[in-house]
Structures are given as C-alpha cells and as structure tokens.
Design a protein around this ligand. Structure first.
Ligand SMILES: [Zn+2]
Length: 298
C-alpha cells in the first residue's frame, strides 16, 4: 500500500497479460510497477480454484473473477487476499456471493478495524481514484483460520495458507502452492523494486526480517511478490538483505556512540536509498530505519 495523490495511471489489472507460471498456476502480473496494481494469482486444481488478491475496487474484482471462471469451468472458486490493503482486495464483496472467501482471523479483525478508515483516507487523498472504490464493503469471509490452513484443490494441487502477521500488516499471509512446482505468494512482505511499507503501528522491521527468513525455509521454486516482477527465492533474499543492512548499520552506529538516534536514522536512511536509487516508495526506506530506533521500539 502506498498513497500517491498525483497518481496518473488508473490501477486496472492487466488480465490480457495473464501467464501460466507453473502447471495450473496463473498470474495476472503487475509488470509495469503500476502503483496500486498487485500481482494476482489464480491456482487451478482438478476440483477447485483459488484466487489470490483481486485488485483495487469492484471492477478489478469482477475482471479477475471472470478470468478464474474461464480457467475453472464450473469448479468452485475460493478467494483470498494476502492482507488488508486496498489494492489487494477492496471490492471483492461484489463477487462474494459466487465464491468462498478465506482469511485468517487476525486479517479479518484488522480489516474490520482499519478498512473503513483506510477507505476514507484513500478517497480523500486520491480523489481521482475514489470512484473505483464505489461499492466497497467489508464482509465477513466464509472461511476463517488461525495459524495455517491447507486446501486441496485436487489433481495434486494443494495450497497452504499461513499467518505471517506483524511485519507489513497484522494479518499478513503467505500462500504456498505445492504442485509440480512450489510457488509462494508473499503479499507485500516481498516486493520487487519497491521499498516495503510500514503503514501503521502494526508494521515493524525486526519481525519483517524474521518473516522473510521463514519464507526462505519454505524453499519455494518461484516467488510472486506483492508488486513487481516475479522471480525465484532470490526475491526474498534480496528483500531481507536491505532490511538486514538497515538493522546492522543502526546497531553499528549505536555501538560507536557518536550519533544521536535521529542522526542514525538520517545516515542509514540515506545509505539504503543510495543502494536502491531506482526503487519506488522512497519515503519508506527511512521509515524502516526509524522503526529500528529506540523510541519506536519502546
Ligand atoms: Zn500492502
């Protein structure tokens, strides 16, 4: 999630670019780093289909469902969202009668608490995009889980939902597809070409590093980040590297005892930006460092 008040590109998911990245695993890609457009997954099994994220607003949700139907024949369709941010699923309520929505409990609590607030904020700060959010409602998912949930889609296509919350959002999920190729959908815990967003007091750098290590332990063949280009496990390692560098440099400066906490944030924030001058969401480079300083930790 990131707000760009002057956003010029309408965040329409590019269904014409849908690609099969592994047997029965399709992605509607965010190939142009378009703000507010996520990578969307459609996992097709012999008995059922799972949609992972539905985009920003009801029109995108309908377009994604149409693709899922096209690939699924008449099989039942499950829908989940990687987390509670608008571009990943606000508007899926318009297709809820035709699918089974799956969330973890923390994610549903978080959506009930923050969804209406985030919706107001986006409408106010992105007036050009506000009409895309008409009709958004937050409705109770039909299937809730705590910890993890396995879903057998049939034909050797099983999907594991796991909670990874407390890093980018409280209800972050990782969704691992265990088919002929293992594919991990990371939500915004991994992005490519974009600094990670620490959007509120439930977002933290230290746990984020931990969650990325746990992602690596799942040993996926392919990684689908929340935004940006798909890749292999190096997508996770690259992301962990920038957050770990921030933590290591903060600790080094603090041990040296020459700079104030504020000066450390300035220095390390600048170092991180220098390493990735072409990444989007630049304000969040500094936020990740700020979160590592004492007042924020306390
Ligand atoms: Zn997000």
């Amino acid at each position: 999630m990131s707000i760009k008040p002057s956003q010029a590109t309408t965040p329409v998911v590019a269904t014409s670019a849908i690609t099969e990245i592994a047997d029965g695993v399709w992605v509607v890609p965010d190939s142009d780093h378009t703000p507010m457009v996520p990578n969307i997954g459609i996992v097709v099994g012999a008995h059922a289909t799972l949609v992972i994220d539905t985009g920003f607003g009801p029109d995108n949700a309908r377009a994604v469902l149409e693709q899922a139907r096209r690939l699924s024949d008449r099989r039942p369709i499950f829908v989940t969202h990687t987390h509670c941010h608008p571009e990943h699923g606000y508007g899926a309520n318009v297709v809820a009668g035709e699918v089974t929505i799956v969330y973890n409990d923390a994610q549903w609590s978080e959506l009930q608490e923050k969804g209406p607030v985030i919706l107001r904020m986006f409408r106010k700060q992105m007036p050009a995009l506000a009409p895309l959010l008409d009709g958004v409602e937050f409705i109770r998912p039909r299937l809730l889980y705590t910890g993890s949930l396995n879903l057998d889609l049939g034909g050797g296509q099983t999907v594991e939902f796991r909670e990874f919350g407390g890093a980018h959002s409280l209800g972050d999920q990782g969704i691992l597809v265990r088919g002929s190729t293992s594919v991990l959908f990371t939500g915004d815990l991994v992005e490519e070409g974009t600094f990670g967003v620490l959007g509120d007091s439930d977002s933290h750098t230290d746990p984020w590093i931990d969650r990325l290590k746990r992602f690596e332990q799942l040993d996926p063949d392919l990684v689908v980040p929340g935004h940006g280009h798909l890749g292999g496990p190096e997508r996770i390692a690259d992301y962990r590297a920038y957050l770990e560098l921030a933590r290591r440099r903060v600790n080094e400066f603090r041990a040296a005892g020459e700079l104030s906490e504020a000066e450390i944030v300035d220095r390390v924030g600048a170092e991180i930006l220098d390493l990735h001058p072409d990444w989007q969401n630049q304000i969040w480079a500094r936020k990740a460092v700020e979160d590592l300083t004492w007042p924020a930790r306390a």
